[in-house]
Design a protein around this ligand. Structure first.
Ligand code: PEP
Ligand code: MN
Length: 370
């Protein structure tokens, strides 16, 4: 997506001190607090894990169906306070209203996150932003459930305008009607665009809510690290199968330790100059090819315009299904022979075809109005 009015956000004295932590910056703990023993036993196993900056636990749970476990609410506040006192872990939970925030501040939480179902609602975000005036704790902003970058940026701006200087983003994937490998589609380009738009922002990936499946936590975490995310939020439970919420996506503390020790943490750059030089040369070649691509697209769309004029003159419909079927089949076949991913070719040609249709529709529309 192209962000309108792109440029530097007028963010209030942006605080980038999150970057003092070693990558990955990790938030771990259960989806929901269930009992005091449960949070304490999970915290006990997480207390010495390097990289864990916050112990997470949901108290008020935004559940899709009212029959699901709604969280223990206020009852869990002292349990998390006990986690902090006993194990020295910083604590964080989700707030969805000024009331939640008030309660969380009363119990000295170290940070809060705003969930995906709240980020979508500017009224709700604004109410929380008002309540945050004068507060100094960090706020973690999950992306909205729908793939809307502006909504995510808008929510960050609202919180920042209330005076909060430490804001981080959490990418938890985007809701999708069709079934896919993951519970929420990662759509990596959106968090990448956010980082391009606000380069200072610390950004975490939440592989638990993206995957919905404990089997994919490792691969998504590695992908996030390779895309230079700063950290991870991972749901962790001593007995995932028995968890009262999100049982299929939680992992045990020992599995978390194993994942964290297996992740390959690459640096965004290197001091190795011959390698940098080689990358630079390859990038130059890519730039030339990208120019060719654009010229080819320009020429292709010019031909589309000519065809559009002819179709318009002779009263033929824009779409000839047989021709389109042939284009796609041939692209998939030739692309396959060149080792190009079929899914990629499919998407690319559909996009080109949509643009060709839009160009021709514009020609016909103009002639109609004359
Ligand atoms: C959560 O982290 O517990 C949660 C509800 O996440 P999200 O808002 O991403 O669905
Ligand atoms: Mn959850």
């Amino acid at each position: 997506m192209v962000v309108q009015n792109s440029g530097i956000l007028s963010l209030k004295e942006w605080d980038i001190s999150f970057s003092n932590f070693n990558r990955p910056f990790v938030i771990a703990g259960p989806c929901s607090a269930e009992t005091e023993e449960q949070v304490l036993s999970i915290a006990e196993q997480l207390k010495d894990v390097k990289n864990i900056i916050y112990f997470r636990s949901g108290l008020w749970k935004p559940r899709t169906r009212p029959s699901s476990f709604q969280g223990v609410g206020e009852q869990g506040l002292p349990w998390l306070k006990a986690v902090k006192e006993k194990y020295g872990l910083r604590i964080i939970t989700e707030v969805a209203s000024p009331y939640h925030l008030e309660k969380v501040l009363e119990y000295n939480f170290d940070a809060v996150w705003i969930g995906a179902r709240t980020t979508v609602n500017p009224f709700a975000v604004q109410e929380i932003a008002e309540a945050l005036k004068g507060v100094t704790i960090p706020v973690f902003m999950k992306n909205p459930i729908n793939p809307d970058l502006e909504l995510w940026i808008g929510a960050i701006e609202r919180i920042n305008k209330s005076g909060i200087k430490k804001i981080a983003a959490i990418h938890r994937g985007f809701s999708n009607y069709e079934k896919s490998r993951y519970r929420n589609l990662p759509q990596w380009q959106i968090p990448i665009d956010l980082k391009t738009y606000i380069p200072e922002i610390t950004i975490l990936c939440d592989p638990s809510h993206i995957s919905g499946n404990s089997a994919y936590i490792y691969e998504l975490s590695q992908e996030a690290m390779d895309l230079n995310f700063d950290g991870l939020m991972i749901e962790t439970h001593t007995n995932p199968k028995e968890a009262l919420s999100d049982a299929s996506q939680q992992i045990t503390p020992s599995k978390l330790k194993q994942i964290l020790s297996t992740l390959i943490i690459r640096k965004p750059t290197t001091e190795n100059y011959p390698v940098l030089q080689q990358i630079e040369e390859l990038r130059k070649k890519i730039d030339v090819l990208d120019d060719h691509l654009l010229t080819t697209l320009e020429q292709r769309m010019n031909l589309v315009k000519k065809i559009g004029e002819l179709k318009n003159k002779s009263g033929i419909t824009i779409l000839q299904s047989e021709r389109w079927k042939k284009i796609l089949a041939s692209a998939l076949e030739k692309g396959g022979r060149k080792g190009l991913n079929a899914n990629f070719i499919n998407k690319l040609f559909k996009l080109i075809h949509q643009e060709a249709i839009a160009i021709q529709a514009k020609i016909m529309d103009k002639k109609l109005r004359k």
